[in-house]
Ligand binder design. Structure first.
Ligand code: BTX
Length: 327
């Protein structure tokens, strides 16, 4: 684990569940002085945590800021590898850019880079990704699977399945659907975007950098004008805000589970889950590629994630990259 002393202390206070813990106890547990404990508690208060002192008994955590730092995520985390190391930032340019730096520094498999806000969040083909401060999940998960580079695109489909299943597990009233290739829509509006990048040698993946942007607690007015008709958040659809830390932990759990399933059993179980979670398969679609516009029924995806469209003449066309309109 690479959590700071402050994070560990916070995790300890959270686990105490309202029972006071004395300063001496904390000092003994962490092998530091009471003054050091006090300084870390002070720092937590400056970040927005509220603590009460119960006479002769110790400290109780009474309030938390709405944040997705390592300590908060850790209290919900059930994974073996993913999120065991979390680098949390208040504001970054893009978690993808930072994650590339971490990969160069040779971080462990499952490392997460997460931020409260991004000033230059990016989507596919360098499109901008709106990352409202404190309202979403803007994170990059670094995976180091032992697979050849040509299999990397399949991971994007693994991620989409994992996010949909995490959403459904915690909020059964939400009905997310995957729109090919990798948007997650709720009620026809985009709630999640996924961007997979790779650092590879000729024959093996060194690291996958999986960028996940999820609109969580935004209200309509939080989105810029141009996204009003196309974007939505989980809170907007649920009618209430949610605990982002709990949700991140669930996404990491499902991602670990499905990534392991994929490495062990190959793409076919993922393909089946992806098709089940997809709102594209079985629908009439219009795909605009760089070369042509293809209209027809989306009938499935191939082993490599290519969308297959059956046109009116019965011909089956494979689409590798396109903007899709569902009709
Ligand atoms: P994409 O290219 O599919 O989507 C980008 C398009 O989506 C934009 O052109 C815009 O129309 C729309 N859009 C922008 N922001 C939002 C939003 N918040 N909600 C809904 N629609 C939006 C999808 O790319 C991949 C996005 C990955 C974002 C993550 S966040 C963490 C990581 N860091 C980083 O810089 N990117 C990834």
């Amino acid at each position: 684990m690479t959590f700071s002393m402050k994070d560990e202390l916070l995790a300890r206070l959270l686990k105490a569940n309202g029972e006071p813990i004395s300063g001496q106890q904390l000092a003994d547990d962490f092998g530091v002085s009471r003054t050091a404990v006090w300084k870390h508690l002070q720092a937590l208060q400056e970040e927005g945590y509220t603590l009460e002192t119960v006479k002769k008994k110790g400290y109780v955590l009474t309030g938390m800021p709405d944040r997705i730092d390592g300590a908060r995520i850790q209290t919900f985390l059930q994974t073996k590898r993913l999120g065991q190391s979390i680098h949390h930032f208040e504001q970054v340019e893009s978690t993808q850019v930072l994650a590339h730096e971490y990969v160069r520094g040779n971080v462990e498999d499952g490392t997460v880079v997460i931020a409260e806000s991004q000033t230059a969040g990016r989507g596919r083909m360098l499109r901008p990704w709106e990352s409202t401060a404190g309202k979403g999940v803007w994170m990059t998960v670094i995976l180091k699977p032992d697979v050849p580079p040509h299999l990397a695109p399949q991971f994007t489909l693994v991620v989409a399945v994992a996010v949909v299943h995490a959403m459904k597990a915690l909020y059964p009233n939400l009905h997310p659907e995957i729109k090919w290739p990798n948007d997650i829509l709720i009620n026809g509006r985009k709630c999640t975007g996924i961007l997979t990048e790779m650092v590879a040698e000729a024959d093996r993946v060194q690291a996958l950098l999986i960028g996940i942007g999820i609109n969580v607690n935004q209200q309509r007015e939080d989105f810029p004008e141009e996204l009003h008709t196309i974007a939505t958040s989980m809170a907007e659809q649920l009618g209430h805000t949610i605990d982002r830390a709990e949700f991140v932990a669930k996404v990491l759990l499902y991602l670990e589970h499905y990534a392991d399933l994929y490495v062990k059993n190959g793409f076919s179980p993922i393909k089946a889950l992806w098709e089940q979670a997809s709102g594209t398969i079985g629908k009439q679609v219009r795909a605009t590629t760089l070369r042509e516009v293809i209209e027809g029924k989306a009938i499935g995806i191939t082993e490599s994630g290519v969308l297959e469209i059956q046109t009116a003449t019965g011909e089956i066309k494979g689409v590798y990259s396109a903007d899709i309109e569902i009709q």
